[in-house]
Design a protein around this ligand. Structure first.
Ligand SMILES: *Cc1c(COP(=O)(O)O)cnc(C)c1O
Ligand SMILES: [Zn+2]
Length: 423
């Protein structure tokens, strides 16, 4: 099982997988998993491992975590759409949606931690605005595999699990998401701490890309459109990469879904750069007053200040190849969209997913999407209310809280001692 090679998209070298997320030649581009199986053949394995052929792991885990797509009736009718498919990544048992931490970050955490166990050595470090951290804590609680998680202080309450997370070293930073990322990067200078890799990690991308495969199966075809709210853009890059695998299969439509992506005003660096058809993000132009605007949005998970936009194989390339669209959404419209979705479809949404719903409403209202188009709406997170009813949420206690810009020296001894438990 699990036959793949890692390829550098720049120098085309085959890269041996020791949980490797960068080309040894230091090329800047996203390393890609090339799978031996070129045809789309779902397997009788649990949860997302249905798509095992196209995940960079050898084995699998017995989990229910997976994307769940259904055809919309009420929202579709309201928007005059005949083929609206909703990929629900959250907790909604009636829709066979079993992601207990309520976001598609769990689709990343499951194969990434498995890949680390199979190919890596060391302890994974994750920086997160909340959802990724929660997903990795849950998988750690489930498997006993240790993780070091860094989140901004405001996200502390969003780091919970459904089982006690005894193998998590949680650090909070008094700053924004980017401050947390910067501290996490410093930690990875320490021996034995391995950065999860973000967009560079093929297990993250292909895990998230299973949403596109689920949508493909539900619709019975490659969708015309893929809607998602983006922070780093990794999920959208992932959907693009997966759609290329489906096209390479040869049996299906040979046109990629157009990406229709959204960010939350006022923090919209990629919307701004893409609308200027520019590969580079210019900080002063595309994200003035970045920190304050990042802290002021409704959907804080969408506030990555250093997204993989310009890099080869990154979001600019994905948008270019798919004739993509990017739109900024006001918080107020996202909040209204959340209400509309909950009323019509019956589940609450993560604020980021609400941004995406608002973008679909806009696209349908303006006629950018046509009534017959096959649309995949990625509800990247939701079902928190239902999860609240079904589980006790256990808050993960931070081991340390630090100011933004801190040095790792202050926690080094404590961390080394904790890590020695897992040596
Ligand atoms: C992380 C996240 C996003 C954005 O995904 P990216 O891959 O960072 O662009 C959207 N919605 C939810 C709920 C998320 O957790
Ligand atoms: Zn290379």
């Amino acid at each position: 099982m699990g036959e793949y090679e890692l390829k550098c998209p720049v120098c085309r070298a085959t890269v041996p997988d020791h949980y490797t997320n960068e080309c040894p030649e230091k090329c800047s581009g996203l390393i890609l998993a090339e799978y031996k199986e070129k045809q789309f053949i779902p397997k009788g394995l649990p949860g997302m491992f249905r798509y095992h052929n196209w995940l960079p792991v050898e084995g699998y885990r017995d989990v229910k975590t997976g994307p769940a797509t259904y055809k919309s009736k009420a929202l579709a009718e309201k928007l005059g759409l005949k083929n609206l498919y909703i990929c629900f990544n959250g907790y909604w048992p009636e829709k066979d949606a079993w992601i207990k931490t309520c976001s598609f970050k769990e689709l990343e955490a499951v194969p990434t931690m498995l890949r680390m166990e199979e190919k890596g050595s060391g302890i994974l470090q994750i920086s997160s605005a909340g959802n990724t951290g929660r997903a990795f804590c849950e998988v750690s609680a489930d498997t006993g595999v240790p993780v070091i998680v860094v989140v901004p202080k405001y996200a502390t309450e969003s780091i919970w699990t459904t089982k006690p997370a005894e193998d998590v070293f949680l650090i909070t930073i008094d700053g924004d998401y980017t401050d947390a990322i910067e501290f996490g990067n410093k930690l990875c200078q320490m021996e034995g701490i391995i950065p999860e890799g973000g967009a560079k990690n093929p297990a993250r991308r292909d895990g998230m890309g299973t949403t596109l495969l689920s949508g493909f199966e539900a619709a019975g075809m490659i969708p015309d459109w893929y809607f998602q709210a983006v922070g780093s853009g990794t999920g959208a890059i992932a959907a693009w990469e997966m759609s290329k695998r489906l096209v390479s299969d040869g049996r299906f439509k040979d046109r990629l879904p157009r990406l229709y992506l959204s960010q939350n005003i006022p923090f919209i660096p990629m919307v701004s750069a893409w609308n200027a058809k520019r590969r580079e993000i210019i900080e002063d132009v595309d994200m003035p007053d970045a920190k304050n605007s990042a802290m002021s949005v409704y959907a804080t998970v969408l506030t990555n200040r250093h997204p993989p936009y310009s890099t080869k194989g990154g979001l600019f390339d994905a948008l270019t190849e798919t004739n993509g669209i990017m739109e900024g959404i006001e918080s107020k419209r996202a909040e209204e969209a959340a209400e509309i979705f909950e009323k019509l479809e019956g589940a609450d949404t993560d604020p980021a997913a609400a941004v995406c719903v608002a973008s679909l409403i806009d696209a349908a209202t303006k006629g950018v999407v046509k009534p017959d188009d096959v649309i995949l709406l990625n509800i990247t997170g939701g079902g928190y209310k239902r999860a609240d009813l079904d589980f006790e949420k256990i808050i993960v206690e931070p081991k340390v809280s630090l100011p933004a810009g801190s040095d790792t020296g202050v926690i080094k001894d404590e961390l080394v001692k904790w890590m020695s438990n897992y040596a």
